[in-house]
Design a protein around this ligand. Structure first.
Ligand code: GLV
Length: 315
């Protein structure tokens, strides 16, 4: 019998080289491959001390309860909404995530979506492929410079987006739990006022119950026809039914969405809308960043089982 610590990997979405490193350092079990999840968990319950999880993986109270020897959960995400932190805390289970290493790629992607929306890049690509250019030119689009980018949540990713948007000549405004006086950007105490002032409203706030449906029908109404909603955070932050309705009625100008309420399910009503850019949750999806995120998962787990300090513990 191996004396390697035993860990459960919850999802097939982890970067394959990361999984190879986990397989080398630990005895691993793959939850998504289990035909009978309950029986599978029961068969490893007396041995599993760690979880490696990531996008698409859920570590809820039931999973935590099914693993009585669990001591650490390491997620290859910065977002913690898929982990029941209360259940982990009550058992003294350590949790680690992947801050900082993904900030640049997610911010790059947010600007990509902003430019794609404003300049109608995806729509124009379809226009060329469908041979429509032969019949005439593509309609004019919208300039970014001089427009206001409203950032919902001014954390690490929000600030990296702001830096990039400034380089495009955009005005930056934001809303969050508090004004950050160290930042040179305009703070709005209410989300409705930020939406009213924004041409591009970018959601970067974390998911979870505190932010659920923060972007609702009223906020979309404040954003109005001049505005585009861009979501690179979590689908739960936006009331998706209200968003679909706002797009159908022309209440807002458009949307660019990397995240959805029930991934990978995307409301089909959006498929035919030319003013909507749809992406399959790709914010951090580069080889470099996924490797760095995965390395943190491996290093946090190794540090934990060696009795060393965790690299990126969740406070
Ligand atoms: C991605 O969505 C993450 O939370 O890292």
């Amino acid at each position: 019998m191996s004396d390697k610590p035993e860990i459960l990997i919850t999802t097939a979405s982890l970067h394959p080289p990361t999984v190879a490193k986990l397989d080398a350092a630990f005895t691993t079990h793959r939850l998504w491959q289990a035909a009978d999840r309950r029986a599978f968990l029961a068969s490893i319950a007396d041995r599993v001390e760690g979880i490696a999880t990531g996008l698409g993986g859920t570590v809820d109270a039931a999973l935590i309860a099914a693993l009585p020897r669990l001591r650490i959960i390491a997620t290859s995400t910065v977002g913690l909404d898929a982990i029941d932190l209360g259940a982990a805390r009550s058992r003294g289970i350590a949790v680690t995530n992947t801050p900082d290493v993904l900030t640049d790629c997610v911010a790059d992607f947010a600007l990509g979506l902003t430019i794609a929306s404003a300049r109608r890049i995806c729509e124009a690509d379809r226009f060329v492929r469908q041979g429509k250019w032969l019949a005439g030119g593509f309609p004019l689009a919208t300039k970014l410079g001089g427009k206001t980018m409203g950032i919902v949540g001014m954390g690490r990713i929000g600030q990296a987006i702001a830096t990039r948007a400034v380089a495009f000549g955009m005005e930056i405004a934001y809303h969050g739990p508090r004004a950050k006086s160290e930042l040179p950007y305009r703070y709005y105490a209410t989300l409705a006022d930020l939406a009213a002032a924004s041409h591009f409203l970018i959601v970067t706030a974390p998911g979870g119950t505190a932010t659920r449906h923060m972007i609702d029908a009223d906020i979309l109404k404040s954003l109005g026809t001049k505005g585009t909603l861009i979501n690179i955070a979590r689908g739960s932050v936006v009331d998706e039914a209200a968003l679909v309705a706002a797009l159908q009625s022309g209440t807002i100008g458009g949307a660019a969405l990397d995240v959805f309420a029930d991934e990978p399910h995307v409301p089909e009503a959006l498929f035919a809308m030319e003013n909507v850019v749809l992406q399959p949750h790709l914010g951090s999806a580069t080889e470099e960043t996924r490797a760095a995120m995965g390395q943190l998962v491996v290093d946090n787990l190794k540090a934990f089982f060696a009795g060393e300090a965790l690299l990126t513990p969740v406070g």
